[in-house]
Ligand binder design. Structure first.
Ligand code: GUN
Length: 296
């Protein structure tokens, strides 16, 4: 039997409905959550993601501020904007879209965001809290969304071998940190594979849960997957497609057709992880606003 599909859109809708309820509740205390998103430059993929984040913020009933800065913006200009947002009481969450142009050091920018407004969960304070298992920080949106997908699909994780391909600070590393925690929605034995891993197939074939965030189309094929495994595809590769109206389409990192024949559960691209990333950003923003009440 081919693998069942994970409906990321439906699960994200549930999360967003919960966020909208919490936004209404905050209104009773006179608080409207606000999310500021900064885009530097004109990378087309980033522009699409940033526009989607702004729309989702408004749909949730929150205040949305999108700043689009020129590609040659200096680091000090960007930092001045972040500083102003750190002090702006209308803003509870700040996200600086990655990647940034070459003249800007992303680590410096990430450290300049107030950890209490760091809804990306990228600040070292929040990364550290996640690693030691403290739940009062912010968890990066994509790995947090994947954990929710697994939970909502009834995937039992304790004792399972979770293999992650990719070691980025946005997905691979935080995903590994989450899946190894001593919690009921994790407790996995975790292996992280990357560009220097020898014999990738040997690792992937022993995965009960395989999370692919390599940024390379087709890096995982059916013969690399154990029968019955759960496969999560984080890839968002834009490829040429003459049959599509736009001439391109979105493709994951997983060779969907061959992997679907072996896996028990698989997240499609699009419609799997992508919608969850935005839903978790909304959840982190409403949480930042709720926490701001207790900091008053
Ligand atoms: N670029 C790709 N994914 C992300 C994300 O989750 N947050 C930010 N800030 N930039 C990204």
């Amino acid at each position: 039997m081919p693998a069942e599909l994970i409906d990321g859109r439906a699960i994200a809708k549930k999360i967003r409905a919960d966020v909208a309820e919490r936004v209404k509740k905050l209104a009773e205390s006179g608080v409207k959550p606000g999310l500021a998103v900064i885009l530097v430059g004109d990378d087309p993929a980033s522009a699409v993601y940033v526009a989607a984040k702004g729309r989702a913020t408004e749909e949730a009933g929150m205040y949305s501020l999108t700043m689009r800065l020129e590609a040659d913006t200096s680091q000090s200009e960007l930092l001045a904007h972040v500083d102003a947002l750190n002090d702006d009481p209308r803003i509870h969450g700040i996200l600086v879209q990655m990647p940034l142009p070459k003249q800007i050091d992303p680590d410096f920018v990430i450290r300049s965001v107030d950890p209490n407004k760091d809804v990306d969960g990228f600040h070292p304070i929040n990364v550290g809290k996640m690693l030691v298992g403290e739940r009062d920080g912010f968890i990066p949106c994509t790995p947090a969304g994947i954990q929710v997908l697994l939970k909502e699909c009834g995937v039992e994780t304790p004792g399972k071998h979770c293999v992650i391909i990719g070691r980025s600070n946005i997905v691979g590393k935080p995903m590994a940190a989450l899946m190894m925690q001593n919690t009921t929605d994790a407790n996995c034995t975790v292996t992280v594979c990357h560009s220097r891993t020898k014999d990738l197939r040997e690792h992937t074939r022993s995965a009960d849960i395989l999370i692919v965030a390599a940024g390379r189309s087709g890096i995982v094929t059916g013969n690399m997957v154990k029968k019955g495994a759960v496969v999560i595809d984080v890839g968002t590769n834009r490829v040429k497609d003459e049959k599509s109206k736009t001439g391109t389409r979105l493709e994951g990192d997983v060779d969907f057709e061959s992997v679907r024949k072996v896996a028990s559960l698989i997240s499609p691209v699009p419609g799997g992880v992508g919608p969850m990333t935005i839903a978790m950003l909304m959840a982190n923003t409403v949480r930042a606003a709720e926490l701001s009440l207790s900091l008053r």
